[in-house]
Write a protein that binds this ligand. Structure first.
Ligand SMILES: Nc1ncnc2c1ncn2[C@@H]1O[C@H](COP(=O)(O)OP(=O)(O)OP(=O)(O)O)[C@@H](O)[C@H]1O
Length: 378
């Protein structure tokens, strides 16, 4: 039996082939090859051509254990043939886990990775009033951006009224912890974190004041291992309260999307959320009008909430109106069942309008806020 692990380059050819096969096995939570994560222990090939491997999981009861085991076995069988793999699944020692955490988060004091000079684009979705569909749109936008191949994180900063886990089919899912590091659950290719994932009773009210809210948001941004992201989306609570101000302080380079309804009376309060974002240094990327009308069987459109609110807010803030998203029963149902409409029913008019916003976001880089964008009318 040949001994391993050995540094790449001096591994015997057979072991190197096994190692390369395992390098294609991705930890579904951390989203990096298990070889990069030092999860491969002994790796050997016996004289009968059978592969022997030890895979070290990050924690006991790792929810991804089965998948990692199956993928590792399949990868090794690709080299030595079916039935020729002996796999032992173990768990990292405390020291190994510490070393992994340090490797992933960087050694020394942990810092917030989403600084103005990081490559991640930060987009905060805000609204003046509650119930205008901000969370529904944020969840669908995140999924649409991930479907375009972007690496997307979604932080539910609506601490008092979190709804992102349910919208993405993650109700009841708890994040895995590796030491002090929190691994965000992944849904539809989006890494998601929400205060709702840390409460045993999700119907319990979160009655925190400013400093506690600030600490929580800061901890989410620092201790959650999102890895390299192209885009971090934040679902803010409605209004211009403590969380909006904390986000403004922590992420002054964020671009803000303002969601409003067609009701002209809501324009003042929606405009205010954009103005407050600007006061903290953030830029306003554009306005989305949601609940813009309900298509009737006879082809007419019932403007349940009036019209003109989105255009009014966009013009007051001097930014583009990115989309008018109609009222849509499938959009609401998709939210209720945790199945985002941009994937399940992309031809629905509301889904098409949201996909238009995702295109507008994906086709602009950071620092381009304020450029004219194509209007996408439903
Ligand atoms: N275009 C739409 N058509 C039909 N229903 C919608 C639409 N947009 C949102 N909804 C529904 O409206 C309700 C409120 O949406 P959502 O929770 O996303 O709002 P919100 O602005 O995030 O609210 P809050 O911030 O107050 O929690 C949900 O039941 C959602 O399914």
């Amino acid at each position: 039996m040949s001994a391993s692990p050995e540094p790449a380059g001096i591994r015997p050819a057979g072991i190197e082939a096994l190692h390369q096969a395992l390098a294609r096995v991705i930890d579904p939570e951390i989203r990096r090859p298990i070889t990069d994560l030092d999860m491969v222990g002994e790796l050997s090939l016996d004289d009968a051509g059978r592969a022997h491997a030890v895979i070290k999981l990050t924690i006991i009861g790792c929810p991804a254990a089965r998948r990692i085991e199956d993928d590792s076995r399949a990868a090794l069988e690709g080299v030595v043939g079916a039935g020729n793999v002996e796999l032992a699944m173990t768990v990292m020692s405390v020291e190994e886990r510490k070393a992994l955490t340090a490797k992933l988060q960087g050694t020394g004091t942990r810092t917030m990775p989403f600084t103005p000079d990081s490559l991640t684009r930060v987009i905060a979705v805000t609204s003046g009033k509650g119930g205008v569909g901000k969370s529904t749109l944020t969840a669908n936008l995140a999924v649409a951006l991930a479907a375009r191949g972007l690496r997307v994180g979604l932080l539910d900063a609506d601490v008092h009224g979190f709804s992102i886990p349910g919208l993405l089919g993650l109700a009841g899912v708890k994040p895995t912890r590796v030491g002090e590091m929190i691994l965000p659950p992944v849904a539809f290719g989006v890494k998601v974190i929400s205060i709702g994932m840390f409460l045993d009773d999700t119907s319990a009210a979160v009655a925190w004041r400013g400093p506690m809210l600030h600490r929580t948001i800061n901890q989410f941004l620092t201790d959650v291992y999102f890895g390299d992201l192209d885009v971090l989306l934040l679902d803010l609570p409605p209004g211009t309260g403590d969380v909006a101000i904390s986000i403004g302080q922590l992420l002054p380079h964020a671009e803000v999307l303002v969601v409003t309804t067609p009701q002209p009376a809501a324009a003042d309060v929606a405009e205010r959320s954009g103005v407050v974002a600007r006061q903290t240094g953030q830029s306003v990327f554009g306005v989305i009008e949601n609940m813009a009308g309900l298509a009737q069987p006879d082809g007419t459109v019932l403007e349940l909430f009036g019209s003109g609110g989105g255009a009014e807010v966009a013009s007051r803030l001097g930014v583009p109106l990115l989309a008018r998203i109609p009222l849509s029963v499938p959009l609401r149902e998709g939210g209720d069942t945790g199945s985002p409409i941009v994937l399940s029913d992309p031809d629905d008019a509301a889904a098409a309008a949201i996909l238009g916003v995702a295109d507008a976001l994906a086709s602009t880089g950071r620092g381009l806020a304020g450029r004219p964008l194509p209007l996408s009318f439903a």
